[in-house]
Design a protein around this ligand. Structure first.
Ligand SMILES: NC(=O)c1ccc[n+]([C@@H]2O[C@H](COP(=O)([O-])OP(=O)(O)OC[C@H]3O[C@@H](n4cnc5c(N)ncnc54)[C@H](OP(=O)(O)O)[C@@H]3O)[C@@H](O)[C@H]2O)c1
Length: 330
């Protein structure tokens, strides 16, 4: 059977769109067909850079183009809801960058619109598509390490030199460590342990009022617990240690491509798995979106609507506990 080739539209050609697009172009069933920016020059520059045939100086024309089969939303998280609803109401399938929105009310609207319009919708959250996460999940489900007892997850980098105009530091744009990077270890806890019974959270704030660092503790039944740290001032990289009854799993990544997993069982040699080739989460999530379209699915079972809803619900609780506010968007 001939494989359908999907025409992708890129909405908002910024930093992440520049990383995602070359990955997409490696997939033989994807064509980067069009790009839409609020600014004609930026649209043309991106089109020239990646050899994209069509470019628009607004998002509406991109979404209305009948040749576009699926849209990748790479705008800022404060604008994702508006842009996703625009796409979904035009019956365009959507892969939308994280954080999906600023609060659960907004994600509820996006999911409802996707279901009512009968259109595929998925959060572009790359980790569960990666082989390291799939292997860690397989090992835990196999029971060879016993039950998970405690997880520690972190994500940090040093933003210095500071510039208060950066989107990451702008509360009106949903800036702050929690929605930018803290949501990755929060996702890990949900992925490996589920939703906690109790959440404690404390933030340190930047001059602009956004959370510069955040520490979180999750408590679960049967004495299980988890802790999370995310920060714009600690160059920690990204990692997650999963402590189980009979050993520990250590997940690390240096970007969306390079990743490794260690399985450390007392009395045995540490097993180390690493991936680079064909392991880029951005490419794998795009491939998953097209697999779902091939199978006429409205959602992915790797990153289903229920997981996006559980994630934003947990993020809402965390930021209320830590007194993080996004003006006019609570
Ligand atoms: N999955 C990942 O690994 C990953 C990594 C980084 C970021 N992200 C997510 O991707 C999204 C975009 O991040 P980014 O770093 O790519 O952002 P960015 O480059 O700063 O901006 C992305 C685009 O958003 C529009 N934009 C920028 N500032 C704006 C403003 N003040 N008001 C309205 N629109 C504005 C611009 O599009 P126009 O050209 O149309 O104006 C810009 O090209 C965020 O939600 C972020 O969390 C994901």
């Amino acid at each position: 059977m001939v494989k359908k080739v999907y025409n992708w539209g890129i909405l908002a050609p910024g930093n992440i769109a520049r990383k995602f697009t070359p990955e997409l172009q490696q997939l033989d069933n994807a064509r980067v067909y069009a790009v839409g920016s609020r600014n004609a020059e930026r649209a043309k520059k991106f089109a020239d850079e990646f050899g994209v045939g069509h470019y628009y100086n607004n998002y509406e024309d991109l979404v209305a183009d009948p040749e576009v089969d699926i849209i990748y939303i790479a705008s800022l998280h404060a604008l994702h809801t508006e842009h996703a609803l625009l796409c979904l109401n035009h019956k365009k399938p959507v892969l939308c960058e994280k954080a999906l929105a600023l609060n659960k009310t907004e994600v509820d609207k996006m999911v409802k619109s996707a279901l009512e319009n009968g259109v595929f919708f998925m959060e572009a959250f790359f980790t569960p598509h990666q082989p390291s996460y799939k292997e860690a999940k397989r090992i835990i489900e196999s029971g060879e390490l016993g039950k998970v007892k405690y997880i520690q997850g972190w994500f940090g980098f040093n933003r210095a030199p500071y510039n208060n105009s950066q989107r990451l530091l702008n509360p009106m744009l949903g800036g702050g460590a929690l929605l930018d990077i803290g949501l990755y270890p929060v996702f890990d806890m949900l992925y490996f342990l589920g939703e906690p019974d109790q959440i404690l959270a404390k933030a340190e704030f930047a001059e602009t009022g956004v959370d510069e660092s955040i520490s979180i503790r999750f408590d679960y039944p049967e004495g299980k617990s988890a802790s999370i740290y995310a920060s714009f001032v600690a160059a920690s990289g990204a990692g997650t240690d999963i402590l189980c009854e009979f050993g520990t799993l250590r997940l690390r990544r240096s970007n969306a491509i390079e990743q490794w997993l260690e399985v450390d069982k007392p009395g045995s040699e540490v097993k180390r798995y690493s991936w680079e080739e064909n392991a880029c989460g951005l490419k794998l999530e795009a491939a998953e979106a097209m697999r779902c379209l091939d199978e006429n699915r409205l959602q992915s079972d790797i990153m289903p609507h229920s997981m996006s809803l559980s994630l934003i619900k947990t993020l809402d609780i965390i930021r209320h506990k830590a007194e993080i506010n996004y003006p006019e968007r609570d």
